[in-house]
Design a protein around this ligand. Sequence first.
Ligand code: 1GP
Length: 248
Amino acid sequence: MSSSSVYISLVNLRKQNKKAFAVLIDPDNTDTHQIIEIAQLCNDAKVDFVFVGGSLMLSNHLDECIKTFKSKSTIPVILFPGSPSQVSKEADALFYLSLISGRNPELLIGAHVVSAPMIKASGLEVISTGYMVVDGGKPTTVSYMSHSAPIPYDKDDIAVCTAIAGEFLGKNVLYMDAGSGAINPISEMMIQKVSSQISIPLIVGGGISTPEKAIANCKAGADIIVVGNAIEKDNHLIQALAEAIHSC
Ligand code: 1GP
């Protein structure tokens, strides 16, 4: 089990019933100038975490993107990799994602075996993460690339059983994701049912675009709310989302 600082801060959130806000930066969609602007907005809004990653990562500036952000902010940066190549020792930690909602062995263990030596050599804090993709109303890159169907939007029981299994398998955290730009973010009912059955931190993202939805998700039991797409469209949402989440 991970015992380093970022993981401990995630566990403490749940213990203390505090809610956190993570801004997702996709290096493919963000240039240096935008990263500097986002860093300033995140500092001002007291954002708790920044996640960095993308489903594809067509650009080649992951290291530079994180370095630029960290030159302007002390907010912890956690890698949220869409593929095993998305590793940068510039980050503070890495979500070591196992796609437990899928049935593709490559994304449950295969890619991990290939990337493990590189990740160990990086010295990054590794956070074992049960990654659950839930149908958000449109096909996602992760579902296409992984040849795995998402959990249907209204099948709360499947989500609960998957989450319990993830905790039993020793995952440090669970990440429920409706996919970037989801039409339907994960329902509060599903979040509530999952959260009530697990004791590890619960991260929720995908299609969240309003402070109201962020608050509803926190009240349902999410510990960390992740927003990427909506902030790419209007980065001034950072302040409103942070205030909403921190008021819960
Ligand atoms: C996607 O959970 C993240 O993997 C965030 O989703 O970009 O829709 O906010 P959005």
